[in-house]
Design a protein around this ligand. Structure first.
Ligand code: HEM
Length: 452
């Protein structure tokens, strides 16, 4: 019995079930569910279900629930409790909302919540040898340990690596400022999404492959309606087409990584570790003892680190630039979980109370106490890197990257929103929740500071 539920006295031992009928295809509703789904590892039990029905009608446009499904799921928690169950296609998915439900699940029951479901879409990621999308096992533990120590070795292991890493980010951020100013020539407005993705890709690809890139406009991820409705693959329909595009994108991305890793193998020198790829080849390909990992896991790990480090950081910068431009004065409107249940950790619900009045603008001072010092209780309550066994292993990299990019962009430029465009806090779904496209114009504050 798991007692992470927020309510004082559970009425039943099973979470309420809400059926979600998706009445059109092409809806992205389930993507965030799937991309942050965890898997329980307890004994199976039968359960009685109380069913409520929620209909999402979406004729190819936004679904009735609004564009932010995480927000909608958080709102449902007000009615049904912080732990409830939805049915999506063939899958029952338990949704956890709010800090009080999520934190004990991820920390006190870290092993039970460390799994991953066996979704079809996960097989397309990192050549099927992803660490991120692999279920909890002894082999996964080894895989994660290798990925974690490799990241550390190339970002924060000692003052020299730290400095080299920071210098690379500064160079990238300085170039980004120049590109933004070029796109803003004569007061033009431009969409920063592509440049942010390339900047984040350059940082992580350089660490992983000693390679800069200019080709990443799209990012890879996982999660599709076919995971919960596999039969959608058997006849032509928009979900099948979207899934095909997703598989093609993942395949192209993986081929790029595989070719680069192959080049590294050909020139590998055990005395000189050039980048993360060399480090991983050294540990997996050339391992002295059998650690259960094969050479395919080498490419899988490099691909995982690039994929995870690219989309997240570029999305964070994309949100920051959006929130910088405008003040939004708006109103945002003990369970037992059986084995093999897919659990959606609605992390969004921790940092957003769906029913409270909020003014979501960039307001760093809300993290300060009355003396102007950082309030650790507040910063710790923001759980953007998750918790428990699946906690992000790139958090240190991410913090340094976002801090330096943000500081350099702000130091050098002001940003203006396009006057003809309404800004919105709605999201589009991929591996992360992304802001919708918007345009800005960058203006230099003073002299352009070039990278030394
Ligand atoms: C703002 C930036 C970032 C955010 C918000 C973020 C967030 C997260 C979260 C919430 C998870 C847990 C997912 C889950 O529970 O299923 C995660 C996992 C992961 N992150 Fe990050 N991340 C960021 C940057 C990075 C970077 C820069 C890297 C690598 C260079 C990275 C590598 C990973 C990996 C490999 C995992 C999977 C861990 C596992 O499955 O054991 N992340 N990240």
């Amino acid at each position: 019995k798991w007692e992470g539920r927020d309510s004082k006295k559970p009425e039943s031992l099973t979470p309420p079930t809400i059926e979600i009928h998706i009445t059109c295809s092409g809806c992205h509703f389930c993507v965030p569910l799937l991309s942050r789904s965890l898997y329980m590892g307890q004994e199976p039990q039968t359960q009685e279900k109380t069913a409520w029905t929620l209909r999402l009608a979406c004729g190819g446009q936004r679904h009735a629930a609004g564009s932010n499904a995480s927000h909608h799921l958080a709102k449902l928690a007000k009615k049904y409790g912080n732990v409830y169950q939805i049915r999506l296609g063939c899958s029952d998915i338990v949704v956890l909302n709010g800090d009080k439900a999520i934190r004990p699940a991820l920390i006190q029951h870290s092993t039970e919540f460390a799994g991953r479901p066996n979704f079809i879409s996960f097989q397309s990621v990192s050549g099927g040898k992803s660490m991120t999308f692999t279920n909890y096992s002894k082999q996964w533990k080894m895989h994660r340990k290798i990925a974690q120590s490799t990241i550390r070795a190339f970002s924060s292991a000692n003052s020299q690596t730290k400095k080299a890493f920071e210098q690379q980010i500064v160079a990238e951020a300085t170039e980004l400022v120049e590109i933004f100013l070029k796109h803003s020539t004569e007061g033009q407005y431009f969409n920063p999404a592509h440049e942010l993705t390339v900047a984040a890709a350059n940082v992580i690809c350089f660490r992983a492959l000693l390679q800069n890139v200019d080709k990443f406009g799209q990012t890879v991820g996982a999660g599709s309606l076919v995971d919960v409705m596999p039969w959608l693959q058997s006849f032509p329909n928009p979900v099948r087409s979207i899934f095909k595009n997703f598989k093609d994108l993942n395949r192209d991305f993986f081929m790029f990584v595989r070719n680069k890793v192959e080049e590294h193998r050909e020139t590998f020198d055990p005395e000189v570790t050039r980048d993360m790829s060399d480090a991983i080849i050294g540990v997996i390909d050339k391992a002295d003892s059998d650690n259960g990992l094969t050479t395919d896991h080498t490419e899988g790990t490099v691909s995982d680190l690039i994929g995870a480090g690219l989309d997240t950081v570029s999305t964070a910068l994309h949100w920051i630039l959006l929130l910088l431009q405008v003040t939004f004065n708006v109103t945002i409107e003990g369970q037992f979980i059986p084995k093999d249940t897919v659990v959606f950790i609605n992390q969004w619900s921790i940092n957003h109370d769906p029913l409270s009045e909020r003014t979501p603008y960039l307001n760093p001072s809300r993290f300060l106490d009355e003396n102007g010092s950082l309030d650790k209780d507040i910063t710790n309550s923001v759980m953007i890197f998750s918790a428990g066994k699946r906690r992000c292993i790139g958090d240190q990299i991410a913090k340094v990257e976002i801090f330096l990019f943000f500081a350099i962009l702000l130091h050098q430029c002001t940003f203006e929103k396009c006057p003809t465009q309404d800004l919105s806090l709605d999201c589009s779904y991929g591996l992360t929740l992304k802001p919708l496209d918007y345009k800005i114009c960058a203006k230099l504050r003073g002299e352009l500071v070039k990278n030394q």
